[in-house]
Design a protein around this ligand. Structure first.
Ligand code: GLN
Length: 541
């Protein structure tokens, strides 16, 4: 497959210019998809310029959802896009921040690794960055590694990363490395034209840092780049005409791989990497997904109740999983975003009566907790399909304890440390934990499913499944019998730790709560069974 196999793994670096939020992650994932469907083995990694060791401690309203990988890394939400597009797992190695780079370097310094040398940004920080650029490549599992550099070129924070890219490009040589720069071509209504100057400046900024981009991907909101504009960008950006790629706004992010295919981004990249471009590309499954997504036969409304709803990215994996679940039934899922603090006994009926399903989202802390309990109660009493995820599951447990088991003070010790009925409480090993970052129950754990239950049926009669976690609190087993006798049954448990993973309510059309996060494993080609069945139940309501 590789025409000139000088190095086994080839590298693509993607930087961004002009503004943030141009969708670098989606462009990276789309390019990766195209290369993957040509039979290459590809992965993507993201390097973020902020000082946090990982995004685990970031408020979702600042930075969107924290995506958790199989190996329990708390990572940037772009890794979610990578997994959903590529249908592969990522890991800790796929997301590195400035904080982690410095942390590693400082640890090495404390351990005498630098043998008395003055530790500096160049070469020590940049060497550490490069080591991580090549870490996945050195496993010899991949033909191509795509590295997305977070932030915008010219930011102080991203300078060491850009310098590391420059060095990497120099060391790898032109045939093994491609630099793609994503920019914006704005349209000025007053003069009625697209403007190339921001792109020119952005390329200049990159050149000043020693990098000549090989390909320019130009975001434009509504107006196509005509030949003249493309030529102008090519001339001033110093790239061949056919290396100016248009990325115009599209209806859904799932259109982007097809758009990039039409613009031949994958071909240009392969040419530059000296990889055969005549290979067949199999995008049929993807095309059929996008087709169904756009030509849906029915629509439903699902209420998503959480306290970070101001920023939709806070629940990215959930909203994408609902899309995947919908497509499986030719159905468009419209999410009704509801802030749990804004729910009270007076307005709940108005807010939820028209919804076909209710999903109570994950979350942390007491704010908005009572609203979540009201939403659970509404779903239970009105027999509306309900899915509770993590804190949403814990809300379902507490609501049931209060209103059915008649333990009015029942709570999670996260919300009330002194409750007499801690139906959700802290795991023993969590009691010792003082530090915040990376200390929750994180990543993949097995769950044994109880045969004959709805859960068992949903998971296609699998006895053991594996799902990802991100929480500290757990169902308190001291209450198991009481719950089961009253009809809220435990349908899945982690046997090694004796922890409850999933429960379902009998005598209700569809009421399921899970301690794990199914949304982290739903992909375009593998929609998650819980979401697929939840949508089915909502459709039947
Ligand atoms: N706050 C809860 C816990 O720590 C739930 C976490 C979550 O929803 N991800 O257990």
């Amino acid at each position: 497959m590789l025409l000139e196999n000088t190095k086994s793994t080839k590298y693509i670096f993607i930087t961004g210019g002009v503004t943030s939020s141009l969708g670098k992650g989606i462009i990276a994932a789309s390019l990766a998809k195209l290369l993957q469907e040509r039979g290459l083995s590809v992965t993507i990694q993201k390097f973020d310029p902020y000082i946090n060791i990982d995004p685990g401690t970031l408020n979702p309203i600042e930075h969107g959802e924290c995506f958790v990988t199989e190996d329990g890394a708390e990572t940037d939400l772009d890794l979610g896009h990578y997994e959903r597009f590529l249908n592969i797992y990522t890991s800790q190695a796929n997301n590195i921040t400035t904080g982690r780079i410095y942390y590693n370097v400082i640890q090495k310094e404390r351990n005498g690794y630098y043998k008395g040398k003055t530790v500096q940004v160049v070469p020590h920080i940049t060497d550490e960055i490069k080591e991580h650029f090549f870490k996945l490549g050195n496993q010899n599992k991949y033909d191509i590694i795509i590295t997305e550099i977070g932030g915008t070129v010219g930011d102080i924070e991203s300078l060491p990363f850009i310098e590391a890219v420059r060095q990497a490009k120099h060391e790898l040589g032109g045939k093994n490395c491609v630099c793609i720069h994503l920019t914006l071509v704005p349209y000025l209504i007053a003069t009625g034209e697209l403007k190339t100057k921001p792109t020119q400046h952005s390329v200049k900024a990159l050149l000043e840092l020693g990098i000549q981009p090989d390909i320019l991907v130009c975001r434009t909101e509504e107006h196509h780049l005509n030949e003249e504009i493309r030529k102008k960008i090519a001339l001033f950006g110093n790239v061949p005409n056919d290396c100016v790629i248009e990325a115009i706004n599209v209806e859904t992010i799932y259109d982007v791989p097809l758009l990039m295919q039409r613009e031949k981004l994958d071909k240009r990249v392969l040419e530059k990497l000296y990889i055969d471009t005549n290979t067949e590309i199999r995008m049929e499954a993807w095309e059929s997904f996008v087709n169904t997504l756009k030509n849906y036969k029915c629509e439903i409304k699902i209420a998503l109740i959480g306290k970070y709803v101001q920023l939709k990215d806070s629940y990215k994996s959930i909203s994408e999983s609902l899309i995947h679940g919908g497509v499986a039934h030719n159905c468009r899922v419209n999410i009704v975003w509801i802030h749990s603090e804004e729910i009270d006994t007076k307005n709940i009926h108005n807010q939820l009566q028209s919804c076909n399903g209710i999903l109570v989202a994950p979350g942390f802390g007491e704010r908005g907790w009572e609203g979540k309990l009201l939403a659970v109660q509404y779903a239970r009493e009105h027999k509306i399909p309900f899915l509770g995820i993590c804190l949403g599951f814990q809300s379902a447990v507490v609501e049931f304890a209060r209103n059915i088991l008649l333990l009015p003070d029942a709570s999670s010790t996260e919300m009330n440390e002194d409750t007499k009925n801690p139906v959700i409480n802290l795991m023993e090993e969590q009691k010792k934990v003082k530090q915040l970052g990376g200390t929750m129950r994180l990543g993949a754990y097995n769950c044994t499913i109880k045969r004959g239950t709805k859960t068992y049926h949903i998971y296609k009669n699998a006895d053991i499944i594996s799902e990802r976690h991100r929480h500290r609190y757990e169902f308190n087993n001291a209450y198991s019998d009481m719950f089961e006798k009253a009809g809220f049954i435990i349908t899945g448990k982690n046997e090694e730790m004796g922890l409850v993973e999933i429960m379902e309510l009998q005598g209700h059309p569809w009421f399921i709560g899970c301690q794990f996060h199914p949304e982290l494993k739903s992909t375009v080609l593998n929609p998650h069974p819980l979401f697929v069945d939840f949508v089915r139940a909502c459709l039947e309501l």
